[in-house]
Design a protein around this ligand. Structure first.
Ligand SMILES: [Cu+2]
Length: 341
């Protein structure tokens, strides 16, 4: 539809609404305002509709839990993941308890106390006990979640390493990811937006001696059981590096470097044998087969979790977790910055 016809349509809709409102006003004047009165029948209808909508909503939540609950993530594949899951499970438990108590009451009361001729709302001014109760209960629940959450956060952000972590840079741009390994010296060469040119997409300063053995790759390989220290950068807008299977996420902010560390604990080959993952892969492949598409196999993914532009949904990179030997062999095949730039 052209822009002109859209504008004409909008204008016509507005004119129609104005006319409808005028007719309603005139008819109200004729009936001396009586058609604005709410009749007991109206109250009954609204009350019943409230009950219907409310309970329809609650039942739909239960149905969605049953139908789609199995699509949630498989067991965590990082050392810290189980703790994040415990935090999540406690938050969801509290939310669900409150939801299934409060929502039915809310909609039932909207029905029960609907307008009735002759009834009057009770004037209830103040109750200290009630005030104390509904302040203390949420405060306690929040205190537990926040104190526990902050503890988990600080152990994640300040990990005590028994061995030196492998340093990997994750570079975000609209709309793809690039990774840079620090090479034998485990030190990333200096990089800046001013050095970006041609194949040098992450802007490595080739004059910096630390950059010579850096390795730039389009697939993120990680050795299992080794702590990985990530350094995140962004070229254009704020992106967010999201590793759902490792329960990790960190914003990538232009002009600064952010960090996160985790230790992968399950290799790609192992997670493909997980029964939830297997069931998911089978289900997806049945749909793909019906459409005549290729068979798909599970891979860990790095996703962008900030709506960063039109192709944001497609900003992803495969992650391969493998044994140390497989990782070393893969790394050996990659070219260094000195060889490519
Ligand atoms: Cu993005």
């Amino acid at each position: 539809m052209s822009a002109v016809s859209i504008i004409v349509l909008v204008v016509l809709v507005i004119l129609t609404l104005v006319q409808v409102m005028r007719i309603s006003e005139i008819s109200s004047e004729i009936q001396k305002g009586k058609d604005n009165d709410v009749s007991p029948k109206d109250n009954d209808t609204q009350g019943r509709l409230m009950l219907l909508v409310g309970f329809g909503f609650i039942i739909s939540v239960v149905v969605m839990y049953i139908a789609w609950g199995r699509h949630s993530l498989p067991e965590p594949s990082s050392a810290h993941g189980a703790e994040i899951d415990s935090l999540w499970n406690l938050s969801m438990l509290i939310i669900n308890i409150v939801f299934f108590i409060v929502q039915p009451i809310l909609f039932y009361f909207a029905y029960k106390y609907r307008g009735k001729k002759g009834t009057k709302a009770t004037y209830y001014e103040h109750n200290n006990r009630l005030e104390l109760f509904w302040t203390m209960v949420p405060a306690l629940a929040l205190a537990v979640l926040i104190i526990w959450g902050l503890n988990v956060w600080s152990t994640l952000m300040m990990p005590e390493n028994e061995e030196e972590p492998i340093l990997v840079e994750v570079y975000a741009q609209q709309f793809n990811w690039t990774v840079r390994y620090s090479g034998g010296d485990n030190e990333l060469g200096y990089a800046t937006v001013h050095e970006i040119a041609g194949a040098n997409i992450v802007g490595v300063d080739t004059q910096d001696p630390a950059s010579a053995d850096d390795i730039i790759a389009k697939e993120l390989h990680l050795p299992v059981g080794k702590p990985i220290q990530f350094a995140f950068r962004s070229q254009d807008v704020i992106h967010s590096a999201y590793f759902p299977h490792f329960r990790a996420q960190m914003n990538c902010v232009p002009g600064s470097v952010t960090n996160f560390q985790f230790t992968p604990t399950i290799t790609t080959a192992e997670i493909r044998q997980n029964k939830d993952v297997k069931a998911h892969v089978e289900e997806v492949n049945e749909i793909r087969k019906a459409k005549g598409e290729d068979v798909w196999d599970f891979n860990y993914v790095l996703l962008c979790n900030k709506i960063c532009g039109a192709a944001h949904y497609n900003m992803q990179m495969d992650i391969v977790v493998e044994t140390q030997d497989e990782f070393d062999a893969w790394l050996k095949e990659q070219k260094t910055v000195a060889e490519t730039l």
